[in-house]
Design a protein around this ligand. Sequence first.
Ligand SMILES: Cc1cc2nc3c(=O)[nH]c(=O)nc-3n(C[C@H](O)[C@H](O)[C@H](O)COP(=O)(O)OP(=O)(O)OC[C@H]3O[C@@H](n4cnc5c(N)ncnc54)[C@H](O)[C@@H]3O)c2cc1C
Length: 449
Amino acid sequence: MPATTADVIVIGGGVAGLAAATALAGRGARVTVVEARPHLGGRAGTFVDPATGETVDNGQHILMGCYRETFAFLRRIGAMSRVRVQPSLAVPSIDSAGIRSVLTCPPLPAPWHLLGGVIEWDALGWKDRLSVLRLGAPVKTEQRRLRGATGRMACSPEETVENWLVRNGQTPRLREMLWDPLALAALNQPPREAAAPTFVRVLAEMFGADPQAASIAFPNVPLDEMYAAPARDYIEARAGEVWTGALARVIVEGGRAVGVRARGGRDIRARAIVSTVPWFGLRRLFDEVPPPVQRIVSDAARMASYPIVTVNLWFDRGVLGTPFLGLPGRTMQWAFDCGAITNSRLSHTSLVSSGAAAVVGMSNDAVVNLALGELRDALPLARAAAVRKASVVRERRATFSLAPGQPVRPTAGTPLAGFYLAGDWTDTGLPGTIESAAMSGHRAAEAMQ
Ligand SMILES: Cc1cc2nc3c(=O)[nH]c(=O)nc-3n(C[C@H](O)[C@H](O)[C@H](O)COP(=O)(O)OP(=O)(O)OC[C@H]3O[C@@H](n4cnc5c(N)ncnc54)[C@H](O)[C@@H]3O)c2cc1C
C-alpha cells in the first residue's frame, strides 16, 4: 500500500494528543491522529460497561478553575459550554464521625477567599483554622518562582507532602479535612509518599490572583462529548484525519523520525511526529530504540504508576442530595451524583478511590461492598435506597508516581530529529491531570514552530 503523508502525525488520541493536534490544525497544519484503541479519549474517555450496559466515563473527572490550558483547548474546539465552573470554591463533606460541613470560599481576592472560607469552616477548631495562615509565605514563594521573580523553592524535592505540611504547622484536623483529600485528588498518591514540589505548585496555581482558580469545574456531558468528539470534528474540518484502532510504531530513517507504521502495515510520512503515549507505552513505539532517545525511553520505563478505582452504583432513588461530596478519612474519598452533573434522570452515584493501591487488587464484590458500606455509614439517605446495578472501573496505571527519586520527566523536544513528546507525564511541573496533558500537547505544538 503506498504511504500517505501529513504535515504532523500525533500518536495517541487522549487529551494531550487532541490538544496538540487541534493547536497544530488551528495553525494550518495537516494533522493525522493515530490512536490504538477503537475510540478516542485515552484515560479520560467514555465507554459502554459490558456488565451493566451503561455508558460511563473511565472514572469521574473534575477540572479546576486554574486549568488554563484545558480551557484554551475547549474554547478552540467550541466546547467550553460542556463544563460548568463553580462561581467560587464550595466543597461539602462528611467527616469520619458523620458530621456534615461545607467549605465555602467567599468571592474575595486571593488569598482572602481561602482564608475567609477556612476561618468560617465549622468543621475546624480555631487552632486548625489559624494554622492555614502559615502556608501563605511558602505558597507566595512558589508563585514568585513561577513568575520568574525568584529561583528559591518553597520545599525540597526530597521532602514528602506530609512532611512539608507538618513542617509548615498544618494541624492534623486541617490535614485530614482539607490538605490530604486535596493532595490525594490532585496527585493520586498518599501525602506521605508524594514529593512536595508538585503539590506546592498545585496550591500556587489554585490560590493565585484569580479567586475562581480554586473552583471545581464539572463536565456536564460524558467525556467523549466534552472534548473528544468536538476535537475530532475540528481536526477533520481542517483537512486532518483521525485513525482509530491503529497501533502505531515510529519509522526512523537516517537518524530522523520520518513517519509511522500503523496496524495493517499502513505507512504515513510526515515532517514531525508527536508521541503522546503514556510512560509505560513509549518503549513499544520503536522496533529498536534509536540511540538519541534511549535514555528517555529507559527513564520512562522506570516510572512507577498509581491506580484509581471507581465504583458506579445505580440506586432506585437519588442519595447524595448534592453534585459531589467529600468523604475524608475513608477509602472512597469522593462521591459524585452523575445524574445531577449531567442533568440526566439516572440515580447514578460514582465513588472514587485515588492512590488506590490497597483496593485495586480486591474482587468487584468486595470493592462494591466497601464503597456501599462507607456511603451508607456517611449518608442516612443511602441506607434506605436499593442498589439496582453496580460496576467497578480499575485503572491500574492511572497516573505516574510523584515520589521523591522518580526519573526526570522529559521535555517536548527530544534529541531524535523530528520526534516530539507530550502526555501528562512529561515535564510540565504538574501532576498527572487533564491540565498537564493539555499543557504538554500545546508545548509540543509550539516546540516545532
Ligand atoms: C480514573 C481516572 C480518574 C482521573 N481523574 C482526573 C480528574 O478528576 N481530573 C484530572 O484533571 N485528571 C484526572 N485523571 C488524569 C487524566 O485522565 C490524565 O492525566 C489524562 O487523561 C492523560 O491524558 P494523555 O493524553 O496524556 O494520556 P492518555 O489519556 O493515556 O492518552 C494516550 C493515548 O495513546 C494511545 N496509545 C498508546 N500507545 C499507542 C500506540 N502505540 N499507538 C497509538 N496509540 C497509542 C492510548 O490508547 C491513549 O488513548 C484521571 C485519570 C484516571 C485514570
